[in-house]
Design a binder for this molecule. Structure first.
Ligand SMILES: C[S@@+](CC[C@H](N)C(=O)[O-])C[C@H]1O[C@@H](n2cnc3c(N)ncnc32)[C@H](O)[C@@H]1O
Length: 263
């Protein structure tokens, strides 16, 4: 089991905070990338020849239920037990069978190999440093089938520097109010979001929760170097949910890694 972190405290609020997300569009975009880059085998290693997809930092499972609907056998991994509890509830409601594992993705340990790894919505930016990212890539290489792919997104420098920057944001939802004091350090390329949530109680008073989420801004050239070091290659780089190269104004990019020997 992993330590408690801020996602344990915001698990109940997370889906509301992501209400602009279209999980089906994300799953279909990733699926198209998988079909583009995983060309050799049509059959996966899962039950009934399904491709096994492992979501690293799956959160509340919003995109995983869509991967299941597309036809993947899905494994979701997250270090927050509270996020996984929400994911389990969502699966029960949608009548999906997904295996959720409470694990730190930098200590990834699976019983079998996987056709597709994904890590979505800035999860890779949550890794502390290049060392942790390198360890993750080493594990992905170890557990990925020869024709497998790893698809993940990264928040761009534009997102951290310009959109978030050193600013304060607030959002007043029906269920709670969120204050977000952001700071971005251009030297260390570290983004710190100081979050405060006020949640109304039945008696009209409020619960207050404070916490911090730290993210790192990684560049494509850093990813390329670390991929190579770990026997992987950058097979494709895409803009924000678009099948074209990233544009200057993109807030996120998608990266596809494959095993070097599968070239
Ligand atoms: C921004 S959320 C994204 C959740 C999910 N991928 C989605 O699409 O909604 C980041 C998630 O990554 C998880 N996470 C961050 N670092 C992790 C790590 N080292 N190991 C496992 N999970 C991690 C957090 O607990 C959180 O659920």
């Amino acid at each position: 089991m992993c330590d408690t972190d801020f996602y344990d405290f915001i698990a109940n609020e997370y889906d509301i905070m992501q209400s602009d997300l279209d999980p089906k569009a994300w799953a279909l975009f990733v699926h198209k990338l998988v079909n583009t880059y995983s060309t050799k085998s049509t059959k996966g290693e899962g039950n009934q020849g399904k491709k096994v997809l492992c979501d690293l930092g799956c959160g509340t499972g919003l995109v995983d239920v869509e991967f299941d609907s597309i036809g993947y056998e899905v494994i979701g991994i997250d270090k927050s037990l509270a996020m996984l509890n929400k994911a389990t509830q969502l699966c029960a409601m949608k009548r999906k069978r997904i295996l959720f594992i409470n694990q730190d993705i930098t200590k990834l340990d699976l019983h079998g190999s996987v056709d597709v790894f994904v890590s979505l919505l800035d999860t890779v930016n949550h890794l502390d440093n290049l060392g942790s990212l390198s360890v993750l890539l080493e594990k992905v290489k170890l557990f990925m089938n020869p024709d497998g792919v790893f698809v993940f997104d990264l928040a761009t420098p534009k997102h951290f520097k310009k959109t978030l920057g050193n600013n304060v944001f607030f959002e007043d939802y029906d269920e709670f109010t969120l204050l977000w004091a952001n700071s971005y350090d251009t030297k260390t390329k570290t983004n710190e979001a100081e979050l405060t949530i006020f949640r109304a109680r039945d008696d009209g008073t409020y619960d207050r929760m404070d916490g911090q989420i730290e993210e790192k801004c990684f560049s494509i050239s850093q990813i390329t170097k670390l991929a190579k070091k770990n026997g992987l290659i950058v097979a494709g780089v895409y803009g924000d949910l678009e099948f074209c190269p990233p544009r200057k104004e993109d807030e996120r990019v998608f990266i596809v890694l494959k095993k070097e020997e599968s070239k």
